[in-house]
Design a protein around this ligand. Structure first.
Ligand code: BG6
Length: 493
């Protein structure tokens, strides 16, 4: 895997997806997610003409905000190389954006929204794909999905084949039961092929590459099993704290926020069997099978297999001196399939830590190697230094037979010099939803299997605060996480 630095990605503009016109209705357009991620992604897509020219964004809000005010207030160009906006790009997104004032909790208002969409389609003279993007607190998903369904906003204009699609952000539910209820309610109004459950980690180029790497480099596949792998570690550490998102975080915590969703999805991509075909259905089938093989930690073994922590100052921040919400979580799981049974899968995540780092380490058994010489490991670096690294043991030059571990690495930045050649995760999410490609979204079965895997830990942690360890900000997290790895016969990389 020598990185010559010679590969070049094609500029993004040469790889435009051929998309049909769409109406993208964003519920919660003035909210945090929309400002930070959706609007910058839309700006970039409009600027580079990635979407069909007739695409319209309908920004739903109950507030009196004009499109100009909203755009003035958003850092549209944070993802640009130089952080500078292209005025023509801003103009394009501005021209596509219309605000629509309504109270989304009032079912009687949805008829007006439907009329608005018909008016847009009539003006364009085509039936358009309709995307309803729920960028709103999860507690209000269910009634809104019902109002959309009851008002016929799950269909499309009568004479066309365009589709209505629902885009929902995680968390999908609060635990196994509420996720099941939410999935049932949603499926009353939308078919599964209309529901796009967003997991923005799946849309990261580096996560997609795990799949591509595994099945296009068959030399590694024979090693990906319990015979050769000693442990799998998945880490998502963040320097950021909860950044004032008190209400959201107090209800969520690290286990729900990252492990149930992003990190179990990554685990599935790393450990699933090769899909029969590389299409959305087959990939989801393989992921679902893997996730269903995860053995939920038994209730009485939770304390040995899961660790939680809270950063110092968190309770002051959330103004609750007794909050037991974890800002750090680590868990050990077993995938009970013939292929993986017995390989400890360690997953950890935390806020306010000393580094931003997301990666997966596949550690290989060293039984036949001379002891103490380091360990073969395959590392998928998801961020920030995107790439893949293979840790090998080599002889140090010299008269002695000294060995040394060395990394052989592939870096996206060095190999693909057009930093904007790959779309960011939200650009990818939007484009795939417009074109109806569900590969990078989570299915209902995946979501349920992920909740099932962590449910005993949720229940145990809810009972009392045993084991909740306070850790200093800008540290590596609670010390008990070290013990968790040791009990699994490994050390965190
Ligand atoms: C979100 C979580 O899903 O992912 C946030 O709700 C977290 O708490 C974020 O900060 C991390 O995403 P990324 O892409 O910055 O690693």
């Amino acid at each position: 895997m020598t990185d010559t630095g010679e590969a070049r990605s094609e500029p993004a503009k040469d790889r435009k997806p051929a998309l049909e016109p769409a109406v993208i209705v964003i519920f919660g357009i003035t909210g945090d997610l929309s400002r930070r991620s959706l609007l910058p992604a839309l700006y970039h897509l409009f600027k580079d003409d990635m979407l069909h020219a007739d695409t319209v964004i309908v920004g739903v809000t109950r507030r009196d905000v004009s499109a100009d005010d909203l755009l003035k207030d958003v850092e549209l160009c944070v993802n640009e190389q130089d952080g500078v906006c292209d005025p023509a790009g801003v103009q394009k997104v501005r021209a596509a954006l219309r605000m629509f004032k309504m109270d989304i909790t009032d079912g009687g208002e949805y008829g007006r929204l439907k009329d608005e969409i018909y008016t847009i389609e009539e003006k364009a003279g085509v039936c358009m794909n309709r995307l309803y993007y729920l960028s709103i607190p999860p507690q209000v998903y269910a009634p809104i999905v019902r109002f959309l369904g009851e008002n016929g906003l799950n269909g499309s204009c009568n004479h066309g084949t365009a589709m209505s699609r629902l885009l929902v952000e995680k968390p999908f539910g609060f635990d196994l039961d509420s996720a099941r209820e939410l999935i049932d309610e949603t499926s009353t109004h939308y078919r599964e092929d209309q529901i796009f459950r967003i997991d923005h980690y799946l849309a990261k180029e580096t996560v997609q590459n795990i799949l591509a790497f595994r099945f296009n480099n068959p030399i590694f596949e024979p090693l990906m099993n319990a015979k050769h792998v000693s442990a799998i570690q998945i880490t998502a550490s963040e320097e950021l704290d909860i950044e004032g998102r008190v209400a959201f975080y107090e209800k969520t915590g690290a286990l729900r926020d990252l492990i149930q969703s992003h990190l179990l999805q990554i685990m599935a991509v790393v450990m699933m069997d090769k899909p029969a075909e590389m299409n959305s259905d087959a990939i989801h089938g393989a992921k679902e099978r893997l996730l269903k093989e995860v053995e939920p930690v038994s209730a009485d073994a939770v304390d040995d297999n899961a660790v939680r922590g809270q950063y110092e100052g968190y309770r002051d921040e959330v103004k609750d001196g007794r909050s037991t919400t974890e800002t750090y979580a680590a868990i050990r799981l077993n995938v009970g399939s013939d292929r993986w049974d017995g390989v400890p899968v360690l997953i950890r995540t935390g806020k306010a830590l000393d580094a931003k780092r997301t990666d997966v380490n596949v550690l290989f058994k060293q039984e036949d190697a001379a002891a103490g010489n380091g360990q073969n490991a395959l590392t998928f670096k998801i961020s920030p230094d995107e790439g893949i690294e293979l840790n090998l043991v080599v002889k140090k030059p010299g008269f002695e037979a000294d060995m040394q571990p060395v990394p052989m690495d592939f870096s996206y930045q060095r190999s693909f010099t057009d930093a904007h050649g790959h779309p960011n995760a939200y650009e990818r999410v939007l484009v795939d939803a417009v074109r109806g490609d569900k590969t990078l979204f989570a299915t209902g079965d995946e979501v349920l299997a992920s909740w099932r895997a962590i449910q005993p830990v949720l229940e145990r942690w809810q009972r009392d605060d045993t084991g909740l360890e306070t850790y200093p900000k800008v540290s590596s997290g609670p010390e008990s996480a070290t013990g968790l790895a040791e009990r699994a016969g490994t050390v965190w990389l």
